[in-house]
Write a protein that binds this ligand. Structure first.
Ligand code: GDP
Length: 303
């Protein structure tokens, strides 16, 4: 494949080291076979399932292999192409707004606050004016943490008292973003309430308030998923998508897991694109997601 930014690619490859090893160490013997036989392909299926691709995505990957294929090198090339194609889901959110309003969702602990800071940091480095909104009023610490990040990246934070109405925070943040001529408004939301139903109702209300305050917004609704939870994250994604509607996924903590194959399984099932991946705890450890680079980072080094 063509690698446009070698440093970005090596950052991704380093971040995916654990997942690649899970593929590579097991696939290495396969690549050394002079010919492929049905038993080898059967074992390949088991390896893919074990790296959290899940059964349906594994089946779809393997379906791309022509029946007469005997060359292991060719097999890897086909897998890489098929994986790229399965990950290349169109990104529906081509909407642009001013301010561009991004609603972020995700369960507690997935890395939501850190990722909001990383997104803000990227935008500020590109010269954008960024405002953060702390609409997780359920946890006092959430707002404090967002304020710490805001200071670090040089972005103001709109927040209320803990226990306040998150929709009111969002309303204020939208007013402030428009009045101050902000380019980007990143909204943090709660990841846990007393019940799941309460959480989804609160998020729906936030969404309604955004749409009423600024027609066309939110322009993007991003769900953050913790890659270390592997395919279990798919259930979370289904739930949020059903209740709120997601335009893109961010897979966090890919650097800390051997279950990166789950990215393929989740995208394949939900048909929602991954837009960014988290590759570490630092502000720079967030990358736009590239399907060919991801597939290459997992598979080409094994050839
Ligand atoms: P929140 O509860 O969803 O807001 O989660 P936080 O933003 O507080 O993050 C929880 C933990 O995950 C923190 O220790 C972060 O440093 C860590 N974290 C977030 N993103 C990543 C990532 O991409 N890679 C790694 N290794 N850690 C991450």
């Amino acid at each position: 494949m063509m690698v446009e930014h070698p440093t970005l690619f090596s950052h991704l490859a380093a971040g995916l080291r654990k997942t690649r090893e899970a593929f590579f160490t097991k696939i290495a013997w396969l690549v050394q076979q002079p010919r492929l036989d049905p038993q080898t392909l059967q074992e390949l299926e088991e390896i893919l399932i074990a790296t959290d691709l899940g059964m349906p995505a594994t089946q779809r990957l393997l379906k791309a292999i022509p029946s007469g294929i005997t060359e292991p090198g060719e097999l890897l090339h086909i897998l890489e192409q098929q994986m790229t194609s399965m990950l290349s889901v169109p990104h529906e959110s081509v909407l642009q707004g001013h301010p561009h309003v991004v609603l972020t969702l995700g369960a507690n602990g997935v890395g939501k606050t850190t990722t909001i800071a990383k997104l803000g940091f990227r935008a500020i480095r590109q010269g954008q004016r960024v405002l953060l909104a702390g609409a997780d009023t359920f946890r006092a610490a959430a707002t404090e943490q967002l304020q710490v990040w805001g200071k670090r990246i040089g972005a103001d934070v709109i927040a209320h008292q803990a226990g306040g109405d998150p929709a009111a925070v969002v309303f204020d943040a939208l007013q402030a973003a428009q009045a101050r001529g902000m380019d980007l408004l990143l909204i943090d939301t709660a990841g846990r309430l007393h019940t799941k139903k309460n959480l989804m109702e609160e998020l729906k209300k936030i969404r309604r308030v955004i749409a009423q305050s600024l027609p066309g917004a939110p322009h993007e609704t991003l769900l953050m998923l913790d890659a270390t939870t592997g395919l279990n994250a798919a259930a979370q994604a289904r739930e949020f998508h059903h209740a709120i509607g997601i335009t893109g996924l961010i897979m966090t903590k890919l650097d800390g897991t051997a279950k990166g194959g789950a990215v393929v399984g989740i995208v394949d099932e939900l048909q929602i694109p991954v837009v960014y991946v988290g590759l570490g705890e630092g502000l720079e450890d967030l990358q736009p997601f590239s399907p060919p680079a991801f597939a290459a980072a997992l598979l080409t080094t094994a050839s």
